[in-house]
Write a protein that binds this ligand. Sequence first.
Ligand SMILES: Cc1cc2nc3c(=O)[nH]c(=O)nc-3n(C[C@H](O)[C@H](O)[C@H](O)COP(=O)(O)O)c2cc1C
Ligand code: SF4
Length: 647
Amino acid sequence: MEQIKKLFEPIRIGTIELPNRIKFPPLALSYAVDDMVTDRLKNFYAERAKGGVGFIGLSFGLTRLEQGPFPGIYDDKFIPGLKEIVEVVHNYGAKIFAQFGAGYYWSFSDGPVELVGPSGTSLSKRPGTPFRLGGPLDQRHAVERALTIDEIKSIMTTYGEAAHRAKEAGLDAVEFIASTGYMVSRFISPLTNKRTDQYGGSFENRMRFLLEIIESCKKSVGEDYPLMCRISGAQLIEGGYTLEDSKLIASMLEKAGICAIDVIGGGWHEASVASLTSSVPPGAKIFFAEEIKQAVNIPVAANGRITDPILAEQIISQGRADLVSLARALIADPDLPIKAKKGRFDDIRPCICCCRCFETVDTGVICSVNARAGREGQYDIKPSAKPKKIAIIGGGPAGMEAASVAALRGHRVTLCEKGSQLGGQLIIAAIPPYKDEISKFRDYLNHQVEKSGVEVRLGEEITPQAIKSIMADAVIVATGASPLIPSIPGAEGKNVITALEVLTGRKEVGEEVVIIGGGMVGCETAEYLAQRGKKVTILEMLERLASDIPKAVRWELLQRLGKAGVRMETKVNIIEITENGVNGKRNGEVEFFKGNNIVIAAGMKPEGELGKYLTGIGAEVYTIGDQLKPQKIAEAMESGIRVASGI
Ligand SMILES: Cc1cc2nc3c(=O)[nH]c(=O)nc-3n(C[C@H](O)[C@H](O)[C@H](O)COP(=O)(O)O)c2cc1C
Ligand code: SF4
């Protein structure tokens, strides 16, 4: 068994000592209400501190925003709430720092929330982030404008005041975000800083904004209070700053009194180079931190796609970085540190790199694999006061999660699956390119079902007749979903197959394929087929393809489909399927799309009608997962834990 040791060695950051090398970087979560700390926010961090993380980051809005995703620190009224989080984190032995994220938006005095930057230069003609992050609710007003010198000075003062409040609330350190395209990095980059005054032009001038922020904070909290900085490994946009420049930035920061640096293994939001998605192999971007570590004598944290503790241990033990900064791995499993320390690797709930969490930064972050993330108070798994006999019908993710949670609570659980293995839609979801991390999640669920003492019956289809003989106190129907075949003339033809049949290899397709439906399944199936040399056309009724995929993943998938030569057609209404293609209508014109096979990827519908036969069987009946409503993994998992924790 792999030993995790180095990860649990303490380390000093300025004047503080951290219990281990695991850092949970700050997250925009949208768990605060009116910028105030809530129980939801507190519980989220308490859980991670309890799980053994050494250093926890809390992301702050420094200014009033419009329903922003951060708690506030721009007024003394926030201090009592912050003290509560600090106390709970300290009680578990972890340290906690504030990250000051002067994002893209700022409000001066009572004025509106505005998109501001060094010179009003937008690289994409849009805000530099795909997320709203507290910007105007009406994004038409989000046009970047240049800051005046007076406004720059007022921002410096705000930073200093915020640092003072952080210290007063008991936070152990402050980190400045100077990465990813946020305001500070926009000053540093020659692409977005076109100023001609002391804040623009030369490298020294472009660094001035950040260096003066550091000065302002030092004045308000003293020389000993640890100040840290987060930077991108490089901008990754042509003409922008490079890794060599980032090394220079790091050494200037060290000279300015910064006592630790966190290096994001990627570039800006506007960069079209994949950094954090599943097409990037775990650990592939750590070289940025490794290089930057060579340029400084202060601790450097590596971040980005560090997916498991064994990789994290290697990074530390090989001296590539001093700390590892794990965001999604710890959203997915807050107990990762404790489990790693005990060698319980199979019990770590793995992140599948789906980016659903990014997608929900503006509305309240959720996680696909861990329904308790952000709902720690709601789903506290406690022993049942009245253990029951529970039958769960259907062994997909919802059924598996419900089974292990119910068993953990002391119920006697039988899980019946008509197929030969557990996993349901996860088995298919793991097949398209770059989706194999889903298999690890299925292995994890399997392991949990097994160790929680659930009786698993494979190959057992529960018919309406058989249901009566189960004699359970409660029945949970988790029979999943099956492909929806739209009623189009020709849909019953021999040349028509489903995306599911393609991905499972149950049916072969010819050289030219038309896919009906350009959502996630259609697009992923297109990539799967294109990789096998097929000529693929996707037909989508809506204006946008892949509109059900998180933005962080979507652009990259569409880029890959384009490169693979997949023809992508939108706003096409299907009229009929013929023997050698599809007739569709667009803007009143009929168009023909040629293909030997037509693949249907038009959504799913609940499978079977078992639920209908369960009334009056004398047991409590619940429905979960796709059987309730076909949705994504996150919804399936949530319905599983919700029902199982309530019985
Ligand atoms: C929901 C969410 C919110 C985030 N918000 C912030 C933030 O406020 N500040 C920040 O520096 N990074 C933020 N990040 C980026 C993470 O800190 C981290 O750099 C990124 O997720 C890559 O690390 P990982 O591969 O370990 O997840 C956020 C990430 C997620 C998933
Ligand atoms: S939502 Fe997806 S990417 Fe985010 S932590 Fe959960 S599994 Fe990982």
